[in-house]
Design a protein around this ligand. Structure first.
Ligand code: 2BA
Length: 109
């Protein structure tokens, strides 16, 4: 068995959830926050048999889009710590960031 962690944008969550349920692939959704944008995203924990990993990945690929997001980090103006100026920067987010780990043991009681 493998455990897939997929960090996806909130806008893709419904599409991915529906696909997984339809396919009979079980998943748990965790509310998460990106360390860089500090914006909410969703992490799916998907436990699947080795033989279904590629199928689960295909559902993730088909559900998650890449999007450009504007970020406005605050940058100090000159040497004055009190004065800040914002420069909007475009950042490409997604489709999905995926980690796959082997499960040593799986139990349900
Ligand atoms: P965030 O950390 O909020 O990152 C959002 C997007 O900002 C990233 O999109 C990337 O395009 C950009 N970005 C992130 N860190 C950056 C940096 N140090 N400098 C410049 N740009 C940076 P994605 O790569 O598609 O990542 C989407 C979300 O997936 C991330 O949200 C984070 O929650 C998760 N993620 C990505 N890589 C990860 C990793 N190695 N470990 C854990 N989580 C990760």
């Amino acid at each position: 068995m493998q455990l897939i962690f997929a960090v996806v944008q909130d806008k893709d969550v419904v599409r991915l959830s529906e696909r997984l349920v339809k396919a009979g692939i079980r998943a748990t959704k965790l509310a998460s926050t990106g360390g860089f944008l500090r914006a909410g995203n969703t992490t799916f924990m998907i436990g699947v048999d080795d033989s279904r990993v590629e199928e689960a990945l295909e559902h993730i690929k088909q559900s998650c889009r890449s999007r450009d997001q504007l970020v406005t980090p605050l940058t100090p103006l000159g040497n004055q710590v009190e004065s800040f100026v914002s420069y909007p920067v475009s950042v490409q987010v997604g489709g999905a960031t995926v980690f796959i780990v082997k499960v040593d043991r799986f139990e349900q009681f």
